[in-house]
Design a protein around this ligand. Structure first.
Ligand SMILES: O=C(O)CCC(=O)C(=O)O
Ligand SMILES: [Fe+2]
Length: 223
């Protein structure tokens, strides 16, 4: 679902104060393999707690239902999505900051609300892989810590990696991560509420890579 926000709803978020922008000082890149990487920036976003509370209250959260074969699945989390310039502040500024850093034109924002440890997202690669050969996906965590898993898929797959994402942390997946790895936020009894705000780009990337991409989507990647 798409919601339109008036900027004034969010313009007193702490981020707007002078010198209170995101901090890249803790940035650390892990190379998952020769084609895929994940960046983690602990404590990237100041004012994360306040943004969390506002999003909980003010986003028109929606629980999606999906048809899977002949069953209807109710997603175990709440979601909402926007074009970058309609997303609740400070998302537009954060998108601009991410675009400058990663050289991709982030233009879409989606949020997941994990109300408690029973909410989750199953192993998957993001759909942006259907339109880009090496998409960058940036996730800001707000609220309670959760485990985040990454596992390689396909022949010769190696080991699963686990990390913990905390409120204010930024996690960015790049290279072939959406094609050749999957990620998850598993159920975690006792976990507190968490929101993830994800930035993606619609730019389909180089033309040559686009036709190559169409042949490359393996069956395991479809969900
Ligand atoms: O909540 C997260 O950190 C991951 C969300 C996710 O993978 C997705 O929405 O595609
Ligand atoms: Fe995802």
């Amino acid at each position: 679902m798409t919601a339109v926000f008036t900027p004034s709803l969010f313009d007193d978020v702490a981020l707007h104060g002078p010198g209170a922008g995101p901090s890249w000082s803790g940035a650390h890149r892990t190379r998952l393999d020769e084609r895929s990487w994940v960046d983690v920036v602990p404590g990237w976003l100041p004012g994360a707690e306040e943004w969390f509370s506002r999003l909980v209250r003010e986003v028109p959260w929606n629980q999606r239902r999906r048809k899977m074969f002949d069953q209807e699945i109710v997603e175990p989390r709440l979601t909402c999505g926007w074009a970058l310039d309609e997303a609740p502040g400070p998302a537009p500024e954060l998108g601009a900051e991410l675009s400058a850093r990663y050289g991709e034109a982030f233009d879409r924002v989606s949020a997941n609300f994990y109300r408690d440890g029973a909410d989750s997202v199953a192993w998957h690669g993001d759909r942006v892989r259907f339109t880009h050969p090496s998409p960058v996906v940036a996730i800001v965590s707000l609220g309670a810590p959760r485990r985040f898993g990454l596992r390689p898929v396909g022949p010769g797959a190696g080991t699963t990696r686990w990390l913990t994402v905390c409120g204010g942390d930024l996690l960015v997946m790049g290279g072939r991560c959406q094609h050749e790895w999957q990620h998850t936020v598993p159920k975690d009894p006792g976990a507190g509420p968490r929101i993830s705000v994800t930035f993606r780009h619609s730019d389909p990337g180089p033309v040559a890579a686009r036709s190559e991409r169409a042949r490359e989507i393996p069956a395991w990647a479809l969900r």
